[in-house]
Design a protein around this ligand. Sequence first.
Ligand SMILES: [Zn+2]
Length: 297
Amino acid sequence: MSPTLPSPPPRAPLPPEVLTPLAPGVGVVPVRSPTLPPATHTNCWVLGDDEVVVVDPASPWAEPRRALLQALGGRRVTAVLLTHHHTDHVSGAEHLARATGAPIWAHPQTAERVDLPVGRLLQDGDRLALGAHDWRVLHTPGHAPGHLCLLRPEDGEVVAGDLVAGEGTILLDPDDGDLEQYLASLSRLLLLEAERLLPAHGPPLAPAHLALHELIAHRHHRTAQVQGALSPGPRTPLQLAAVIYPELDSAWQAVAARQVVTHLRWLHALGQARPLDAADAGVHTAWTLDERERSTS
Ligand SMILES: [Zn+2]
């Protein structure tokens, strides 16, 4: 993190498996889900008043699903909205849709990645009237291709999915992630004057601009670390992860190495690094700084 930015105030955890109202027309039910540690729950955002849209009902397990239905009480669920296709966001979607008769809504690139009956394809710019409040759909790729955020223009509340995390960090896996798109999505939320970020894991992040600047600085810092760790000579993403994340055990370094690939691909796009074997640029392929490109830039 950048040393020049002040730290946001400490944030209290959200109580699990009950509905906590956070603002008019915004409630949250964290449900236990198969997510990445240190997170253990996915926030199920409940938007609206008597009629609600439920975002990311995530649990594949009976008990959290039952708790979610109980927490929703007598509210009528008009839609189940998915921020993106990852298992820890979609695993309770079909169950909740069946239990309530609500359709599933998602971006087309999420719909093509899930085995679920998506009844409405959401596009960037779509407006959703939920109770007394209007929300705007934002297509925010970078963590996943079909990732959506929802912005409430009247007060800058943002349902942020996995674009940010209130607990742990966001993984940019090269299968789904793209660092250039991710940075652009974070910058877009800055430009739209988001006030508070409502993440899929952990408590809300406010003020949003501080959290977004910190995340952008963090990614640039990691990219600089990758470049620095390549300067002695070619290294594989696994070797780079061992240098950059010495505190992680080998299993987590293997996960981190995948994220290093995402950073390397961005450096490649910028003409600053390249894999020695372009046909197989996985975690075992050595990368090198692209001196030729660097000297002309
Ligand atoms: Zn995700």
